[in-house]
Design a protein around this ligand. Sequence first.
Ligand code: BTN
Length: 250
Amino acid sequence: MENRIIYYDEIDSTNSQIERLAAKGARHGTVVMARRQTAGKGRRGRTWESPEEDNLYMSLLLRPKLTVAQMSMLTLVMAYSATMALEGLGYSGIQIKWPNDLVMSGKKTCGILTELHMKGRAIDYVVIGVGVNVGNQAFPEELEDKATSLFLETGKKIDVQRLALDIVSRFEEEYERFVTVGDLSYIQKEYNARLVNCKKEVRILEPGCEYTAYAQGINQRGELVVQKEDGTEEAVFAGEVSVRGIYGYV
Ligand code: BTN
């Protein structure tokens, strides 16, 4: 993957900027970073608050030769890569909330938004956006129980560009392995070892159906395997489902 990194002081959303560049033919591996976003996007149509607090706002353009089923696994590859990059920088206690939030002390410190763009029935390109709360010194009251930053967790400041480069280069490595293997079997054990929901009771929120189950870990396809109260197992697909802890965010 050949990376070209484009920096902005301010942009609406790095994901949206990648879309505009992709429409003009930008290459696989293009990366956009911004110091702040004025219309940062979160999952499920939510907003991602993006103040300039030495935080990481970055998106990556991929033009992968993968199936649509494999696309949902890419988000998990990024969550795993970001975890590995942070561990490599000396951060400990990073956990993953399935499928792709990074968590420290039970609070979210990184979110990932993957957007798939189709041309007819084929995949045109994919945008993977990563937001890491790096330097926030405080969060608004409504987020206090749910969000944290690397600074709040460790009291240390870190160079955001260095973190971005580490995540991109780790992702490159993991992406190559993923494309070769074709599924997540090669990181399944490592991912599950960091899964905050593992062996815990979770609430599964499917469209039109909610239930409580025990999370067992991900399978090779990145689905969350849960054991229901009647003892049967189900593999939950990340696309439409969200998982909550019984007592709060994790
Ligand atoms: C989530 O809801 O957890 C996903 C948040 C993803 C935020 C990042 S910040 C960089 C990129 N650009 C965006 O507009 N969103 C993603």
